[in-house]
Design a protein around this ligand. Sequence first.
Ligand SMILES: *[C@@H]1O[C@H](CO)[C@@H](O)[C@H](O)[C@H]1NC(C)=O
Ligand SMILES: *[C@@H]1O[C@H](CO)[C@@H](O)[C@H](O)[C@H]1NC(C)=O
Length: 800
Amino acid sequence: MERQVLIISILCLSYVVGQVSYSVPEEMAKGSLVGNIAQDLGLDVKRLGSGKARLYTGDSAQYIELNRERGVLLIKEKIDREVLCRQTTPCALHFQITLESPLELFPVTVEITDVNDNAPVFQKEERVFEISESAIVGSKFMLEKAIDPDIGLNGLQRYTLKPSDNFVLKLHAQSDGSKKVEMILQKPLDREKQEHISLVLTAEDGGEPQMTGTMKIYVTVLDANDNAPVFSKPVYKASITENSVKGTLVTKVTASDADKGTNGEVTYVIGNSMDTVSKLFHINNEGDVILDGLIDYEIEKNYNIDIEAIGQGGLSDSSKLIIDVIDVNDNRPVVNMISASGSIPEDSARKTVIALMSVNDPDSENNGKVNCVINENIPFEIKFTSNNFYSLVTDSDLDRERASNYNITVICTDEGVPSLSSSVTLTLQISDVNDNAPVFERSSYEAYIVENNTPSLSIFTVKATDADWNQNARVSYILEDSSVNGVPVSSYVSVSADSGVIHAVRSFDYEQIKDFHFRVKAQDGGSPPLSSNVTVKIMIQDQNDNPPQVLYPVQTGGSLVAEMVPRSADVGYLVTKVVAVDVDSGQNAWLSYKLQKATDRALFEVGLQNGEIRTIRQVTDKDAVKQRLTVIVEDNGQPSRSATVVVNVAVADSFPEVLSEFTELTHDKEYNDNLTFYLVLALAVVSFLFITCLVVIISVKIYRWRQSRILYHSNLPVIPYYPPRYSDTLGTGTLPHVYNYEVCRTTDSRKSDCKFGRAGSQNVLIMDPSSTGTMQRIQSEKSILDEPDSPLERQEAHTG
Ligand SMILES: *[C@@H]1O[C@H](CO)[C@@H](O)[C@H](O)[C@H]1NC(C)=O
Ligand SMILES: *[C@@H]1O[C@H](CO)[C@@H](O)[C@H](O)[C@H]1NC(C)=O
């Protein structure tokens, strides 16, 4: 009302004078110039003084004052537009300047312009919300408005909300021109992610400088059971050694539920309800997986367990638990003989397979790695063939004679710690092969047999052994064919096939054969048989079975032979020499000569060794012409055998003397023919000379023979000789000895059965063409003795 009055008054005044308007911003300092009023009114400053100019504002407050001296309007009091006009625009001060004398009235209007001196302001500094995380997108939350008293651009212009992750602002224009401020959920809340959210709501004006006001908004997100439990891993792995005791903790699984409080409680179950797994393991509420039964690596190497975590709200998660079973070396290797030979021949080739076996160890890795060995120092070898199979083979040559059986122990050990092993023993027989020939105990045999033995006499035994077995070692003895003096050896000896005893088949005569040898073969019973042979030498020993034989003087039935001794002969005169031989040998042929009978024992003596007849005293005229000496020749055998010879000696100086004596002597003889006597006498003389030479030769030979001590190897002439007893008794050696012997005993030895075809018989031997050499030799020796014109005699005569 007052203002309207004022305005009307101004209008009235203005009729009087011109109107002056000024515009000043609010909040100008006291004393600030508003305008030069004097000038603007066209008044002199003095007029102002004189006119006592003053301001008239009615009863409204005085904000402006008039400086009369300077003629200007000044700010008297700080003007706050917002207090003065609130939201009214324009905001102006209306007053009059009054002058006295003359009274003058000048209306003045001072418009107060807005200055941005107010910031937007919220009533409360903060605001708290509690919003469930399950709040849906689009939910609205009312916020309070900010207030800015300034107007226009300086007034409230806009709001901002930061951060703007979950919420956005929405402004609704309201009927009063202000705006409703809403916060809208544009993205779901998640307590589990962010339980508390701080926001800042800022209100801004448009002034220059801009001013703002803020409010803090605190949002607490309330939990909803919106989370399933979650396992910490998609797959759990654990391991457990086999044979672990019940109640062993296998592993621990955890599932977390992001919800709060009871919403976050989790229980665990094993999903494999049908499997054996559920019987072997259980899981408690803490997530401990516990062993409930026995586990065996050899049955199951790992377990796949489905585990489930269930939250309070029924939400759940599942995971897998893989439990590996760790092997423990709890199984021994198992050795199975697939095939095995009980015996193999000793000549089996190297690397012959004798057994095949399989070895298994169900454990794993090193616990299941198996090595097999066999006992040492046997000629076998174990070979790994393939994939748990082993074969046992021979490694070197076998010899049944060295070892006839083997116990082969196969020991199989695994590589576990500690390792386990098992063994199996195989007994292998080595069967015999005929690989050894019989071997004689000696490399050669010598045996002695005394001549004149009984046929069938066992001489001695040869023996051979064979290292093989049974039939392969059964030795039989066989006499090998050969000939002795052109006669098969089987007619001399026989060999017993079983015992190796050597029998004489005939009676031996040392004077015929002194030794012979043959071979005996020992043969085993193998197939093919093996054999070896040995030389057997049989030496026949001499017996004194021959008496000495006198070669000279020759004993004739009727002829008369006499040695001449001249009467002038000295002591020691060699009258003649008795020559005798003995076909035996050694002592049996060592002859001694003795005078047995003599006409005059004092006149002659006989050399004991040499058979020389010598005079032992001077021959006298009284001695008879005709002397008769009987000399006995004895050998040195046991018992000794002897022969006697009669030696006629004529002691005379001339033939007639001898003749007359011997004519008497031969009176009663057939030879009374003188001529014959002379011829005989002449022959005797010639013979004497020859014999003397012969004796010298023989003496020399005998001497040499004694020197060399070789039995019966002299070149003495062999005298034709016919064994006195065994000339005809024996048969052949080809038949078994006993049989042969029997036959000859049961038949008359003189009968043709035995005589013919019995090559060993003495008579037949002489008739045998192969023996004719012997006969001829005997005969030629004889002719040397008999024939006067033999080369030997001629030679002797020459030298004599
Ligand atoms: C093998 O064993 C058997 C019985 O145990 C025994 O009689 C035999 O002598 C053994 N052989 C060897 C070569 O050790
Ligand atoms: C006898 O044995 C020898 C070797 O000791 C051999 O050389 C010979 O051939 C054998 N003789 C026979 C007839 O078997």
